[in-house]
Design a protein around this ligand. Sequence first.
Ligand code: BES
Ligand code: MN
Ligand code: ZN
Length: 431
Amino acid sequence: MSASPFDWPEGGEVRALVAGDRRVVLVGAHPDDRALRRGAAAAARALLHAEQAIIALAGPVSAQVEGLVLGGYRSQHFGRGEFAPGATPVAVVTIVDPAADEEVVERAQVAARASLLARGLANAPSNLKNPAWMVERAQAVASRRGLEITVWDEEALAVAGFGGLLAVGGGSVSPPRLVRLDYRPEGASDAPFVVLVGKGITFDTGGISVKPADGMVSMRTDMSGSAIVLAVIDAVAALGLTIPVTVLMPLAENSFAEGSYRPSDIVTPYGGKRTVEITNTDAEGRMVLADALAYADLELEPDLLIDVATLTGAARIALARSMAALFSDDDELVGALREAGVAAGEPFWRLPLHDDYRSMIDSAVADLDQAPGKAGAITAALFLREFVGERRWAHLDVAGPGRSDDDTGLLSKGATGYGARALLRLLEGLT
Ligand code: BES
Ligand code: MN
Ligand code: ZN
């Protein structure tokens, strides 16, 4: 009898039989990547706290490993005297598969751990996680992987003219930072040079254009983009990929205070090519990204420039939780990103950089209106495009899938790190 997706469970249906201290967990999963990842994640969940597990599933081993690692993760719990994951995953897993290859297993673990690193950072509370703390996390990655690291503090940012970061970070007692990490492997002659930029708002109150209380609670994860690009370069170096990669993390806290930037301020991002009329201080992400994108364009000469950001509520409303918005004028880059997204189980959906809407970001008093309040996700992307020059560039808005409301499938409640595995896949495909 041939297997059709209609007579197999979608992946992740679990029945557990208990016999003494042994549990037999039966998992239904169609033998494709997507269903197997979910099936393995469900198995890991059913087996939390177990000392040992023997897994016998049919289908690609990499999907099984990713599912097991991701499904066995819970957001950290900050109980008294405790700073630990909320649950303990299976200690030892044996995968029964004659086709299992050591290298494939290792690669899958690195990919899944990239998601977990991004989640852990994004879930950390913002009284701990200010820009300086994120710098320390980046330094830890740099030293364990032998990456070059450059850090701009607020004085260096002022000297260099990073007007977006200084405006957004001006209201916080924790001043802004910019981090640059360089991975330069030997033998990467043919691979394109990729620069990854990640939004790094360690807390987003909305600033003077303050957010309503309900919408603010989740804003500790507004540095997910930075966490993702940090996790990606960590994984790239761990795998020793032969592709040069630079990561930029523009870090700031968007606070409501005396030093905060104001609606109607005129701000000049890095490079001085455009001035911006501030119309909503809650549109802070595009201001710090403008600095980093312009720096990449003007100083780094990347072949590919990609940013990832929890940028707009509009993208989240358009695509909800299980797809990220993708913007680019480069069809080839769009194709590569979409393919990588599907392969990694983190799909992207293309939205248009619609030229007819470009006039929406015109301002009467500056070169650009920061936040015209129309076509939210698209005008944000059009704004970013003003700072990338002629580079091949793509923008990923992960505001929707960047968070999960519960522990389900591959996800854990809170930040998801969505995009880390897809970007890793893309870079693997470019080597
Ligand atoms: N960090 C938010 C976007 C966001 C919203 C992410 C909900 C995740 C969940 C961003 O800084 C923001 O506030 N965007 C505004 C822009 C608006 C003022 C033009 C938005 O989307 O409402
Ligand atoms: Mn905001
Ligand atoms: Zn934000």
